[in-house]
Design a protein around this ligand. Structure first.
Ligand code: ZN
Ligand code: ZN
Length: 348
């Protein structure tokens, strides 16, 4: 047997250079180094950031993406090989991945804020990700997935965790919550708000298909701001306690802000393409808190999310609208980009 025949290859989506698109091709199956785990990817999911990388917009061009490299960071898989020193996992474990790779040494890491580590790098951005049959994951980012979580849901724990984190920071129990945007993150924020005991949850989007999917996930008050302006829903006597902003649209945020109660909280999740003019004096006089969130707490958010799933409080399956084989990624990205799909999965 020649050495060459021992080199196994895998299907993968490669970002070959700094520009639009991916290339579907065979690449070498990686070997786990110290502190790394090789997983067999069962399902991966397309994130908004993957759409940016696919289209290669300004955001993608500015985040230091590894090229050539494999994109994708949302997935469920199975551990197949352990690198040196890996002790918390065993071959056969079902796992998902926390995208944020902390350094473990900075002040933030040492104080329970690994998810916003000062030296943060990202799985599927700065190292190869999971749009492939196999993926290498740093042990520190791997998460065992309990058996009771269905495979499709296990593939979206990472974005679902953003919603859970947003609702947690919004302190939504007993509150009226307005979620701006019914894309995956908005939808998961709305689902988590209901799960955590919000009194009522409003959710807006310009796309009717997304509002329809939201209605299948929970008892939300859905509205399209192009047809039903937010000023016709909220007014002086009926304001919201919490806004969860996931659109990244300055217009959407500024239209909603006047309807946030005094003492209310706006949880900022969406990323805006540029600077946003905001009436800061109104925030001061109304004692409004703006809270940014980025990703999920490691691992408090995951613990809470699994508990809510165990209690059947997160009905997120309807959000998974499409699934394609990895080879058909062009169609998958088309469906995700034009808003036909909410969450689109890829099976390698
Ligand atoms: Zn994501
Ligand atoms: Zn750190």
């Amino acid at each position: 047997m020649t050495t060459k025949s021992l080199v196994k290859t895998m299907k993968s989506l490669i970002k070959e250079n700094k520009g639009p698109g991916f290339t579907f091709k065979q690449s070498e199956i990686p070997k786990p180094g110290k502190g790394e785990v090789l997983i067999r990817v069962k399902l991966s999911a397309i994130c908004g950031s993957d759409l940016h990388i696919y289209q290669w917009n300004n955001w993608a061009a500015g985040v230091g993406i590894k090229v050539p490299g494999i994109s994708g960071h949302e997935c469920v898989g199975e551990v197949v090989e352990l690198g040196a020193g890996v002790t918390s996992f065993a071959v056969g474990d079902r796992v998902s991945v926390e995208t944020h790779i902390p350094c473990g040494e900075c002040e933030l890491c040492l104080n329970g804020n690994q998810h916003i580590c000062d030296n943060l790098t990202y799985f599927g951005l700065h190292i190869d990700g999971c749009f492939a049959e196999w993926a290498l994951v740093p042990e520190v980012c791997l998460r065992k997935v309990p058996d009771f979580i269905p495979e499709k849901v296990a593939a979206i724990l990472e974005p679902l965790g953003v919603g859970v984190h947003a609702a947690q920071v919004g302190d939504v129990q007993g509150k009226k919550v307005a979620v701006l945007g019914a894309g995956p993150i908005g939808l998961y924020s709305a689902c988590a708000s209901l799960a955590l005991g919000a009194e009522s949850v409003y959710i807006s989007d310009l796309k009717q298909t997304r509002l329809d999917v939201a209605s299948q996930c929970g008892e939300f008050k859905v509205f399209n701001p192009a047809e039903t302006p937010i000023s016709s829903i909220f007014n002086g006597n009926n304001k919201t306690d919490v806004i969860i902003e996931t659109t990244g649209s300055a217009q959407a945020f500024n239209e909603a802000l006047p309807f946030l109660k005094k003492g209310g909280k706006a949880v900022m999740v969406g990323l805006f393409p540029g600077d946003v003019p905001v009436n800061l004096s109104s925030l001061a006089t109304k004692e409004i808190t703006l809270s940014g969130i980025s990703g999920r707490m490691m691992w408090e958010t995951w613990d809470l999310m699994e508990q809510l799933l165990l209690e059947n409080k997160l009905n997120v399956l309807p959000s998974i609208t499409h699934q394609f084989p990895l080879e058909e990624f062009e169609e998958a990205f088309r469906v995700a980009l034009n808003g036909e799909g909410v969450k689109v999965l890829l099976r390698p």
